[in-house]
Design a protein around this ligand. Structure first.
Ligand code: URA
Length: 432
């Protein structure tokens, strides 16, 4: 078999066989197939697409290109959650303790921030001492004892995806449904959970910008999971506006703690309730009504917050940071962003707001650079709110003195109108 023929077949719109896909993934992972051929392959897939069977095979081949996690010890109760990435998305920090407090099992791996989007591992490292690497034995012991653990992605998980993603990033081949779906699902399948809830974000702060694209991506991922023996549910949620009011690591942790105490912003609470119910339905095989009762009970009784405390203590931090969030990293400067216009905020460019937070120190401009956990933005007005000229629309939290540009960029990310904008649903669709 030759990689040349595989590229040519896909270029000409032919269906690839399982053997051809396995050959390409294996050869690329071990270095026999060079980057230039794999880039040409990715571009052919970008133009021609893949059908459901090809996409599932690509996922399977990438999943098995490296280590996989064995969670069979926990039967079919393990449930994972994946967000396709957004701004202000701190849902994992809230969902895992809720689900574990209700009897579900979450053994999860997460990533760091990518581009304008934040990463759960960076957020959790706002808890001083939080360890993102655990031995397999410690990881499984923790899950057995308290029902949850969350670590960074292990070194040799889906190496084929790691290499292919890096190529796609520089060859304009990221935005292909087959490639995105197989990339995400290969990592989720390798991480071992029996059930997976996907939060497919849609809008200005997300990877996919339209409902149709989001539905196609969600359906493709659900079908892949099913064809490979997992239970999958996808919830399409709005990411046209950042989620909650805070963007930036420690600031988002503080907001997550508010939700676990029963408060916090309504949009964040609603998305978390929806996702937690879906996770419990799959993990505990209960219906929606019972799941909702359990989620509410776990928050009202304090069991979910207690679970957060146990979790961060087991992973090397101290529960005092959750009990008194004023101990979390805090920036020395808090700068008001003042509106120079009056009107209803009719649109927020969530991607631009994510970039503003990153410029304040909350994200990275180069790979592996340190980040400032205290930095970020607390919004004071969001889409639909009326603002007068002179009102504070946001607070910038930063340890740098270089915030004038950010303030300007933040204001440019807001669009105003004289009439209130039409409210869009937060939960756009659910695909089972
Ligand atoms: N996230 C991933 O892990 N892979 C993609 O291709 C896109 C988003």
């Amino acid at each position: 078999m030759r990689m040349y023929d595989i590229i040519k077949d896909k270029r000409d719109g032919k269906r690839l066989s399982d053997e051809q896909i396995d050959f390409a993934v294996k050869g690329f992972t071990c270095g026999d197939i060079p980057d230039y051929q794999m880039s040409a392959f990715a571009m052919a897939v970008w133009f021609r697409g893949m059908d459901a069977k090809e996409t599932a095979r690509l996922t399977h081949a990438m999943c098995n290109s490296g280590d996989t996690v064995d969670l069979s010890l926990f039967g079919d109760k393990t449930v994972d959650k994946h967000s396709t990435g957004g701004v202000g998305d701190k849902t994992s920090v809230i969902l895992l303790p809720i689900v574990a407090a209700c009897g579900g099992i979450c053994a999860k791996m997460s990533g760091r921030g990518l581009g304008h989007t934040g990463g759960t591992i960076d957020k959790l490292e706002s808890f001083p001492g939080y360890q993102t690497e655990l031995s397999t034995e410690r990881f499984l012991d923790q899950v057995s004892d308290i029902g949850l653990a969350l670590v960074g992605q292990s070194g040799n998980l889906t190496p084929a995806d790691k290499k292919l993603y890096a190529l796609r990033d520089v060859t304009a081949t990221v935005d292909s449904t087959a490639l995105i779906a197989s990339s995400i699902m290969s990592k989720k399948l390798a991480a071992g959970a029996h059930s997976i809830v996907l939060d497919v974000k849609m809008g200005s702060g997300a990877f996919v910008k339209t409902v149709d694209e989001a539905r196609e991506l969600a359906k493709t991922m659900v079908d892949i999971g099913k064809s490979l023996g997992r239970q999958v549910c996808a919830v399409i949620t709005d990411m046209d506006t950042p989620l909650g009011y805070s963007v930036g690591n420690a600031l988002e942790i503080k907001e997550a703690i508010e939700v676990l105490h029963g408060g916090g912003p309504l949009d964040l609470r609603n998305v978390c309730t929806e996702l937690a119910c879906r996770m419990l339905e799959l993990s505990l095989k209960i219906d929606e009504k019972e799941a909702l009762k359990k989620v509410r009970g776990a928050i009202e009784s304090g069991a979910a917050f207690d679970k957060l405390c146990q979790w961060i203590e087991r992973q090397g931090s101290d529960a005092k940071y959750a009990k008194d969030p004023s101990c979390l990293p805090a920036a020395k400067n808090i700068i008001e962003v003042i509106s120079d216009r009056s009107g209803y905020i009719c649109r927020m460019d969530a991607e631009s707001i994510g970039i503003c937070a990153s410029m304040l120190g909350a994200g990275r401009t180069v790979k592996d650079a340190p980040i400032d956990h205290a930095a970020g933005i607390v919004m004071n007005a969001k889409t639909g709110d009326f603002v007068n000229s002179g009102d504070v629309v946001a607070y910038l939290h930063t340890n740098t003195e270089d915030y004038a540009q950010v303030s300007k960029k933040y204001l440019q990310s807001l669009k105003f109108s004289s009439k209130p904008p039409k409210a869009l649903p937060l939960i756009i669709d659910i695909i089972k």
